[in-house]
Write a protein that binds this ligand. Structure first.
Ligand code: SAM
Ligand code: SF4
Length: 448
């Protein structure tokens, strides 16, 4: 039996899909080369915006329609939308075979076995407060891996559904994470990205370090920086990233760890969401524009080559033209290297859904376009400043567009394209001189 998993949403979902793939392979199933070829298809769904749910539901509808020609084909859903809709999903997609919530993905192999025994419309969705499954199996084919270190979120930003569908914050024991990364390193993984919604909150709500765990050699006291130091000490791991950040986590210790531990990439994805203090307060983000700028100034002072990316929402309820202009100006002052710009989408049950969604769709679209155009100019300017510099890239392999050329990522998480030497192998670190720049891509010549 061949399976395929179609993933929507964030890196957390990418990681969950990877773990489920590893569990299914362990249970004796085979990964299909194409979706067409698959006897079992699982959609890993996202709930963050209404559009994301529409896409997943549309995809499930299309997949279930293929059962007319392939009656034996099984279709399942997992992830945030499955959690949010519960049993109701079967009224929207009646031919769906199974549905699994965010904290129960380890149940999937068993559910598949039940479906193959003829059961239909089965689901395993626990309360989001329940102890979650944290599978540590991996199936990555390259040399980079995601490792979830913190599940759920306690912040409850006014617009966000994540705390409702992924539950409260829970940090994994440090020992468990370090064992997982040691195993990944032994299999050839060179870069790890530590995942959590507010990742620097690691170990602030529950104990993660045991008394007999080795003490920090660099004098780190915060649970997250201690973890960074311990991951950096694992032989074979040459790059460490973490996402998503929150300004409150940009402590002096974090700045010290990032600027002194050579394995930690000088890049942070630090969503700011809005540039006006009035909107930030309505969003319940827990910081002001000034606090955000202070955090990034401290990071940049310690690391002049620091690269910064972000998320921003346009058209939050009550966002006036002058609030929007403050978002625009903050983006220029912060000088982001890249930005993901989202149009506000009301999510059922969140505090913002009670507010008047008074910015029209056309105006949200206009604001989105304005920020994208600004960011293109900024991305071009920042990347041009790297021309003639030498960048270290972790080599991915042939680029998607032109297989004659290869690509890799710089420590700043920028894609760099170059012509490979005959002996170059994916997964190695190479030095390239940047010769040309586009808003989202660097082009270079390989030095060694
Ligand atoms: N935990 C991260 C943080 O605090 O920024 C990100 C979580 S969320 C999965 C990813 C992004 O989706 C957010 O940064 C935000 O920009 C966007 N987002 C979340 N809820 C949204 C909504 N209701 N409408 C539009 N965008 C939303
Ligand atoms: Fe959502 Fe805010 Fe938590 Fe991020 S920090 S997941 S935006 S509630």
């Amino acid at each position: 039996m061949k399976f395929s998993i179609h993933t929507y949403g964030c890196q957390m979902n990418v990681r969950d899909s990877d773990a489920v793939a590893a569990m299914l392979i362990h249970a004796g199933y085979q990964q299909a080369v194409t979706e067409d070829d698959a006897d079992l298809i699982i959609v890993n769904s996202c709930s963050v915006r209404g559009k994301a749910e529409d896409k997943a539901l549309g995809k499930l509808g299309l997949l279930c329609a293929t059962k007319r020609e392939r009656p034996d084909r099984k279709i399942g859903v997992m992830g945030c939308m499955a959690q949010r809709l519960g049993e109701k999903i079967f009224t929207k997609v009646p031919l769906l075979d199974f549905s699994v919530g965010t904290r129960r993905c380890a149940a999937i192999p068993k559910l598949v076995a039940r479906v193959l025994n003829g059961e239909k419309n089965i689901f395993e969705i626990s309360d989001v407060e329940a102890q979650p499954d944290v599978p540590d199996s991996h199936n990555e084919s390259g040399h980079c891996a995601f490792v979830t270190i913190l599940l759920g979120c306690n912040r409850r930003c006014a617009y966000c559904i994540v705390p409702d569908v992924r539950g409260p914050e829970l940090s994994r024991p440090a020992r468990e994470i370090l064992a997982e990364i040691t195993e990944l390193a032994s299999q050839g993984i060179r870069e790890v990205t530590l995942l959590g919604q507010s990742v620097m909150n690691y170990g602030l709500r529950n104990q993660v370090w045991e008394k007999d765990d080795p003490a920090s050699t660099g004098g780190y006291h915060e649970p997250f920086t201690r973890l960074l130091e311990a991951v950096a000490a694992i032989p074979g791991i040459c790059r460490i990233r973490f996402t998503s950040g929150h300004p409150s986590g940009c402590t002096d210790e974090l700045v010290r760890a990032m600027s002194t531990l050579p394995q930690i990439c000088h890049h942070l994805h630090l969503p700011f969401q809005a540039g006006s203090n009035r909107i930030l307060k309505l969003m319940r983000r827990g910081y002001t524009r000034e606090m955000y700028l202070d955090a990034i100034n401290r990071l940049r002072t310690a690391m002049p080559d620091f690269s910064l990316t972000t998320d921003v929402i346009v058209g939050f309820p009550g966002e006036s033209e002058s609030d929007f202009e403050e978002t625009r100006s903050l983006m220029e002052v912060a000088n982001f290297d890249n930005a993901f710009i989202f149009k506000y989408s009301p999510r059922p049950g969140t505090p913002a859904a009670e507010m008047d969604d008074d910015v029209t769709e056309a105006e949200k679209m206009r604001r989105n376009q304005v920020l994208l155009a600004d960011q293109d100019i900024r991305g071009q300017r920042n990347n041009e400043a790297l021309i003639d510099t030498v960048q270290e890239v972790l080599v991915d392999g042939p680029s998607l567009r032109n297989t004659e050329r290869w690509s890799g990522r710089t420590p700043g998480n920028k894609i760099a394209v170059f012509t490979p030497t005959a002996t170059l192998r994916p997964g190695t670190l190479a030095r390239i001189r940047i010769v040309r720049a586009a808003p989202q891509t660097l082009y270079g010549e390989i030095l060694d």
